[in-house]
Every structure is written in structure tokens, then in C-alpha cells.
Design a protein around this ligand. Sequence first.
Ligand code: MTE
Length: 319
Amino acid sequence: MLIRVTRPSDCTESEVTPERVFRNRRRLIAGATGLVGAGMLGVPMTGRAARGPALKHNPGPFATEEKVTPYEDVTTYNNFYEFGTAKDDPARHAHMLETRPWSVQVEGEVEREGPVDIEDLLKLAPLEQRIYRMRCVEGWSMVIPWIGYPLSALIDHVRPTGQAKYIAFETKEDPEQMPGLRYPVLKWPYVEGLRMDEARHPLTLLTLGLYDEVLPNQNGAPVRIVVPWKYGFKSAKSLVRIRFTQRQPVTSWNRAAPHEYGFYSNVNPQVDHPRWSQATERRIGEDGFFRRKRETLMFNGYADEVSGLYAGMDLTKYF
Ligand code: MTE
């Protein structure tokens, strides 16, 4: 984003999985799937061996026919600047994050203020799988099988007042556990926000796992938000505070570069980033270096579900 300002077209060969490696992986996945009976889970599974604890869940809506991004790519090519700005930094350093005990502080325009323990969050609503396309503002995308439940279940549980128009997210800030906090890349902690109707939208997921397991640390353990029709940076990781507000909250990237990153940040191929086009994207783990990039879809392909939220708004102004 601000650092490593690569244009989407600037990808290097090492960033792209070579076709041969990719095919071998698929073969491995197919083998492992037979052994563990992953058919029940709806997505191919790599071997359980060096992976995190399993997380039970039901199948959910919003599946897609598109090929799911390999687990290895989902968990090793990340942005989580609290652990460094290179794509492999989160996978290398996020083991330092202690995810227990953990609670999310609820406050502001809400009847039930106070901490919600992670074990209670895990039980608040049935966990289901949502296979979402994710599009990063940098021009790459993935298809990820998340596990979670609609954020609206938590919102209903804590009962916001009639004054609550927005929801603000604050994420973990601990320099002992997060080496990237040493660098003033952003003003820490990382903060994000949504309008209340966006937060209540059934696509917005309070996320506790991916593939068939609890969230790996680099993907935002133990709890994060996933908003699939917005650029990836709206999906705040490792949440510690949720505040209900009357006014539009400050968000990290908008504060850092307001002319580049808006509050809404809906995926929109018609509104370019000031320094690069947003019209196409490269699918991680699949699109080879010489392959044509795919077209980016309005609202990341979720226009039928979410365009009504922005009826009458000039999306070049509210980008
Ligand atoms: N959350 C925190 N706390 N810190 C971050 O640096 N990066 C964002 C978002 N959430 C980020 C964050 C960006 S830019 C992206 S693209 C997604 O996380 C990537 O996460 P994922 O690969 O696990 O989906």
C-alpha cells in the first residue's frame, strides 16, 4: 500500500506459483482429501499434519464455483503490517502473537457495554463456511473459505442504541508480540470502520477460522472481520475493540493517505487508485506471469447483494 508501492502489473516471478508446483500441490491436496474425508467440509483440504486445530462448522451460503486458493498461499501471502510489510512477514512472525486469553471490548452507543470473551464469541452463533472472493487494493485476489457467522449476530447480541450509525474496529497493539509496530508505517493501532447497514449486511462476517481450522495468526487470529465487497484493508485483523458511534470513525489508511484510500473502499473497477488502475487483478496461486489478468468486478462480484446500500451515492466521491 503506501510502502512497496507496486503496481499490480509489477508482480515478480517469485510472487507467482509456477504452474508445475501448483499442479503438484493439487495432486497432494487430492490425495490428502481422500484420507481425511474432507468432502464433508465443502473444500479441498491439504494434509492435517502441520496445521492448526480444527474448527467445526456447517456449510453456509455464498459459496462460489471458483477454484479455492491453496491453503499455502492463503496463509503465506498476507498483509498484516503489525508483523512487517513484506508479504511473508506475517507468516514468519505471527507465531509471537498470544491469542489466549482474548476478549473484545464492546463500547459506545450500545446497551451491553463490556468485554466479550473469545470463548463466548465462538459460541454466539452457529459457525458456517463462506467461500468469498477477496480483492486487495494492490491488485491481487484470492478465493478463501472462511469460517464464521454474520457480524449482525454480535450486533444484535450487544444491542446498539438508536444513535449508533457506524461501527469502529480497533485491533491488537502490543510491541512485545508485534515486531512491525516498531515502524511508523501507520499510526497504531490499526483501525477500521463500517456504516451500520454495511456492518449488518449478511455478507459481513465475524471470522474465526479458515479452511477447516481456527484462524492462523497471520490471517488475524483469534477474530477478524471479513467484508468481501471491499478492498482487503477494510477487513481488520485481531480485533480487540468494537465501538458503536454516531459519527464516521477514523480509519487507518484513510488517515494515512486520504486522497488514495476512502472510508468506503468498495471494490470498483471504474475508480482508479490515483497511482494505478483497479480494472484488473491477478489471482494468487493461479494466474501465471504470462496469463492475462482477470477483470475486476464491481463490488468484487457482489453487486446483486450490496449495490442497494449505495443507491444514489456518487461512488467517485465516496470512494
Ligand atoms: N488488519 C490489521 N490489523 N493490520 C493490517 O495490516 N491489512 C489489511 C487487512 N487487515 C491489515 C489488516 C490488508 S491490506 C489486507 S489485503 C488483508 O488484511 C489481508 O488479509 P488476509 O490475507 O488474511 O485476507
